[in-house]
Design a protein around this ligand. Structure first.
Ligand code: ADP
Length: 484
């Protein structure tokens, strides 16, 4: 049995902005089920304090660079027996708003301090400095919010082995030199083989430079970030780590209990391969919800996303507009929030084509499940996609993903080419070029096959037979922990 401290800035179902939360809420449970002694550590955001039962204080400690002592609270991750530790510093985390942004959508101004404090607490607990009589063998950190922790303990004797997982290299936690000074970080960390990144403080680099091993969330993304296009200036360092055997890609799994069309309580009608026809009842419900004509022969396309450039929202807007102008037999059911201009453009598209396009701006867990169940295809034309979870949910729900051939999308969707269909391995549609035309052609390709119900049904079944549960990914993480 290994002792593992799993540090994350968001954990589903307590607080979530994206895939990191899904992973942090399910990988620890999978590792626990394999008999590991794993504990999650996260900031005590207001939402967590409100969402957890039986929280109690187990330690108080003073961290370098911060005046007030902090508390470590303990509880249990809902629906599991995984212990969760919360870093309680009310002035940093007990406030209205998201984990990184104020209710206005602006980043919190003190994010550097908030996540330095969090990382310092993680470092302290990983060195058993809080009097808890528990020291992990492995400290597993994720993304820039925890990047400092491996850096702070790198030189200490008897430290745990460290793993740092990149969920998205596009977000790096970059701040000025003045902030580095204000945070009272050790001077020895300021150099180009340390936290410095072209004159700025990079919290992400703490993980990349100092962790014993780096992982990212799909094999293809692990290769892509070693190149100029996706490396954001860190490709040299990452290529070196790959050559050293210290960078690998481990595909995310999904929570098969939460995302199961056979038991999903959000659906109008549950279904499985054996009664796959019932899926169409969810299609009607979804059309009804969005006020779209309830037609079976129209290709209903789903989209659930943060509305940011990464997700190719502009490609979707352009391709769908062209197709609708030419009278294509398609509908779009869209749920998301993010950049104001994309939100506006989607609302305009809805206003232009009210019987073809449904748009909900916001975050809505229930509707996300209903779109996965009701749509025929799912759009994910991402510019880059470290792993992506929605295409995996889509496969499980028999909703064929239309994806750009990148990152985790490349690793998990098998294109409906003729030979893949003959070999009965096709599960969706892929395209290469990051253009609206390429997406449009791919939607047309899907429309053609949609007219051939036997082929379509076979693809739905193949998609639903795929298994992306956490078990296998957890095994791979365990092997990595053992090797360290
Ligand atoms: P990313 O982490 O880049 O946002 P992923 O595909 O890895 O992308 O994970 C996104 C997760 O967030 C999925 O679980 C998805 O269903 C969920 N999600 C994104 N936007 C919304 C929304 N508006 N409402 C409900 N769930 C959403």
């Amino acid at each position: 049995m290994r002792k593992i401290l799993f540090a994350s800035s968001e954990v589903h179902p307590l607080i979530k902005t994206g895939g990191l939360a899904d992973v942090s809420g399910s990988l620890p449970i999978a590792l626990r089920q394999q008999g590991q002694d794993i504990r999650i550590i996260m900031p005590a955001y207001r939402k967590c304090l409100e969402g957890l039962d039986s929280i109690h204080t187990i330690a108080t400690l003073k961290l370098d660079g911060f005046h007030l002592p902090i508390e470590i609270l303990q509880s249990t991750l809902p629906d599991s027996d995984v212990t969760i530790w919360l870093v309680h510093s009310p002035q940093h985390f007990d406030r209205e708003g998201g984990p990184y942004c104020a209710p206005s959508g602006e980043d919190w101004e003190d994010n550097a301090a908030r996540f330095t404090l969090f990382s310092r607490a993680v470092a302290a607990l990983s060195m058993n400095q809080a009097g808890l009589d528990w020291q992990p063998d492995i400290l597993h950190c994720s993304d820039w919010q925890t990047g400092l922790a491996p850096a702070l303990i790198a030189d200490l004797p008897n430290r745990p082995a460290t793993v740092f997982t990149i969920h998205n290299l596009a977000y790096q936690g970059l701040y000025s030199r003045a902030i580095f000074d204000a945070l009272d970080l050790p001077d020895k960390l300021w150099h180009s083989d340390g936290l410095e990144f072209y004159g700025l403080l990079s919290l992400m680099k703490g993980g990349l430079i100092y962790a014993d091993h780096i992982t990212t969330v799909s094999p293809t993304y692990a290769k892509e970030i070693c190149n100029y296009e996706f490396g954001y200036g860190l490709e040299g360092l990452l290529s070196l780590r790959a050559k050293q055997g210290r960078l690998s890609g481990i595909l995310n799994g999904i929570d098969n209990n939460e995302w199961d069309p056979e038991t999903d309580s959000y659906l109008t009608k549950t279904y499985a391969i054996k009664n796959i026809r019932n899926k169409s009842i969810n299609k009607s419900s979804l059309q009804q919800y969005f006020g779209l004509p309830e037609k079976a022969d129209v290709l209903l396309m789903g989209l659930i996303s943060r509305l940011v450039s990464q997700k190719g929202i502009d490609l979707t807007l352009d391709a769908v507009t062209t197709l609708l102008e030419s009278g294509a037999n398609i509908q779009l059911a869209c749920l998301g929030s993010g950049a104001a201009d994309y939100e506006q453009d989607l609302r305009i598209l809805r206003a232009r084509f009210p019987d073809k396009v449904g748009v909900d701006i916001g975050y809505n867990e229930k509707l996300a499940h209903q779109i996965e169940a009701g749509a025929d295809v799912f759009l994910m034309p991402s510019r880059f996609e470290p792993c992506g979870l929605n295409q995996l949910y889509s496969l499980r729900y028999g909703t064929l993903p239309i994806v750009r051939n990148t990152g985790g999308l490349a690793d998990t969707v098998v294109d409906a080419t003729e030979s893949n269909r003959k070999n009965e391995i096709a599960t969706g549609f892929k395209f290469n070029q990051t253009t609206a035309e390429a997406l449009e052609e791919t939607i047309v390709r899907a429309l053609d096959l949609f007219q051939r119900p036997r082929i379509w049904r076979k693809m739905m079944i193949t998609a639903m037979e795929q298994n992306y549960s956490w078990g296998q990914s957890a095994d791979t993480y365990l092997q990595l922990y053992e090797s360290l």
